[in-house]
Design a protein. Structure first.
Lengths: 83, 266
């Protein structure tokens, strides 16, 4: 982010930048793996649902995939944790 | 139709619980800031900041919620909003799990209150309206409330029929309860089990996120809305197992449910 004091961009651009920064922090922040994981889960489910007969089976797959994303992220944090 | 009608109250109950808890957690954090401002700088400007922030947040719900409900197709709304809730819920749940396992410091309202008081006392006071008090109170309530607004709009607008009003009422009730309790005891609510509440909200957001994002791509849930409480139970079991495994790895005693729900001391 540019220093607000030295920032000579037009106001609209600064507001746009701040808006984008807010949503980046809100959705991604320091856990990009959760965002990427959630998008990947939805993508896999969408692919499964292209086959109509797999739409009910996909309901069982969904929580398993989400669990894998959560556990992977927690595991990543635990590995880098300094006691 | 009959099944949907019979399971609708379950979905509404989970929705109201999720919004109420999320709102309560965020309002406890906002209350700490407002009390610090009121105690150090005076109440008039602090309460003006709160009032303006609440008005802006309410206007946001009014401006964004109804157009989403009326103009965006439900399946598209559920896909996008479900994905948003899934990411958001995973963030809450991850933090709560790490806190319950002792790998992340718990929210300490006493320390935060003392920090705000020290900062505010160091800022010179002005005569008339206190801009610092107004701004700090406004920002505290607005930023903490923004997460609640996202939850209210997403949970409220994706229900069918829309439960935007119910979600907004649950959030307002939580804000009222926390505000009244805070005013009565006249101190920050450091005894509130924030991590347990955050764990509960995280579980519900991830469950709704999974349910709606999957519905958005045409997954067929057995039992329709009844799948939501099943998902909450599943993710609750997963969270407990992960916390237990992390505590074992760190050589700590295995957790009961209370260890996730202890008071939010550091």
């Amino acid at each position: 982010m540019a220093d607000p004091v030295d920032d000579d961009r037009p106001t609209a651009l600064r507001w746009l930048g701040a808006f984008g920064h807010f949503w980046w922090e809100f959705l991604i922040g320091d856990t990009p793996e959760l965002f990427v994981g959630a998008v990947a889960v939805i993508g896999i489910l969408a692919l499964l649902c292209l086959h109509v007969h797999l739409r009910t089976a996909a309901a069982c797959v969904a929580p398993v995939l989400v669990t894998l994303v959560l556990v992977a992220s927690v595991w990543r944090a635990a590995r880098t944790h300094v006691p | 139709m009959t099944l949907l009608a019979s399971t609708a109250p379950t979905g509404a109950l989970v929705l109201v619980t999720a919004v109420f808890l999320a709102s309560a957690v965020e309002m406890v954090e906002a209350l700490t800031i407002v009390l610090a401002v009121g105690v150090t700088r005076g109440w008039r400007s602090a309460l003006e900041g709160v009032a303006v922030a609440v008005a802006v947040l309410a206007a946001l719900v009014g401006l964004v919620g109804p157009p989403l409900v009326h103009w965006v197709p439900l399946s598209a709304l559920r896909l996008v909003v479900g994905g948003l809730l899934l990411v958001f819920g995973l963030q809450w749940l991850r933090k709560a799990v790490l806190r319950a396992a002792g790998l992340k410091a718990k929210h300490d309202e006493d320390a935060i209150f003392a920090e705000h008081v020290a900062e505010l006392e160091a800022t010179p006071k002005t005569t008339g309206r206190d801009a610092t008090a107004f701004t700090v109170a406004f920002k505290g309530v607005f930023l903490e409330g923004l997460e609640v607004i996202v939850i209210v709009i997403t949970l409220g607008s994706t229900s069918h029929p829309s439960r935007l009003g119910l979600a907004a009422a649950a959030a307002a009730a939580a804000a009222l309860v926390v505000g009244v309790v805070g005013l009565v005891v006249h101190r920050q609510l450091s005894g509130v089990p924030e991590n347990a509440m955050k764990m509960g909200v995280g579980l519900m957001l991830v469950s709704f996120g999974t349910f709606w994002s999957a519905e958005g791509v045409h997954v067929t849930w057995p039992g329709s809305d009844l799948a939501v409480p099943v998902l909450v139970a599943w993710y609750g079991l997963v969270a407990w197992l992960v916390v237990t495994a992390l505590k074992r790895r760190a050589g700590q005693p295995a957790p009961g449910l209370a260890s996730a729900g202890g008071p939010a001391h550091g």
